[in-house]
Design a protein around this ligand. Structure first.
Ligand code: G3P
Length: 216
């Protein structure tokens, strides 16, 4: 499973990129606002840190506006992936951009039918929002399961990019189901390494090593 980080914070992206575990980055208007940085400037900087796809979301809601903004965004770097909302105009934009070879991430997916439309529009990635689905009383994992089934039925190449991931269990379930990618906040990714028995084990080994009086 590929790991993307869902943030526009340069410090976090650099830290995770240095581990070699990072396959890409996703941003959205809320994350750009949170960073306090200029959209184009911060996207350019992120693209220079990671080789994988960096999702940058259009702001326009109409097809022509989305195409105009996509033109600006895709000039930033070769690894920019244009993110469009799951609307008719978004799907139309997805079709037009992917026909040109541009990578497109269709976002704000909350139903398997929406995911089917995105695949038909040639999306490179579909972003189902698990956490927000759960928040509203639905089972986010059922959504991932349904999309996996449908994409496999028709051998769609659109990658399932599980988004709105809130904790490690979301990551684990996505991996079990076979989501292609998961994008999560830095804290969730860093949290995956933690286990109380790992910490306890290290503590024990260190204490016993000290008893040997040796050094390496
Ligand atoms: O990638 C989508 C993500 O940013 C949404 O996450 O936690 O705001 O639902 P959240």
């Amino acid at each position: 499973m590929k790991f993307f980080v869902d943030t526009a914070e340069i410090k976090d992206i650099k830290e995770l990129a240095a581990t070699g575990l990072l396959d890409g980055v996703t941003t959205n208007p809320s994350l750009i606002a949170k960073s306090g940085r200029d959209f184009l400037e911060v996207t350019k900087e992120i693209c220079s840190i990671v080789d994988g796809p960096v999702s940058a979301e259009v702001i326009a809601l109409d097809h022509e506006g989305m195409m105009r903004e996509a033109e600006i965004l895709r000039k930033i770097a070769d690894n920019v992936c244009i993110k469009v909302p799951l609307t008719i105009d978004g799907l139309k934009t997805c079709k037009a951009l992917t026909s040109d070879g541009t990578k497109v991430n269709v976002t704000l997916c909350f139903s398997a039918n929406q995911a089917l439309l995105a695949a038909k529009a040639g999306a490179s990635f579909i972003s189902p929002f698990i956490g927000r689905h759960d928040d509203n009383g639905f089972d986010g994992m059922d959504l991932i399961r349904d999309i996996r089934l449908i994409y496999d039925n028709y051998a769609y190449e659109t990658e399932i990019l599980a988004a709105s991931i809130r904790h490690g269990v979301h990551v684990l379930e996505c991996a079990r189901i076979g989501a292609d990618v998961m994008t999560a906040p830095p804290a969730v990714i860093k949290g995956l390494v933690k286990h109380v028995l790992t910490d306890k084990g290290i503590e024990g080994f260190m204490a016993d090593w000290a008893k040997t009086g040796q050094s390496l």
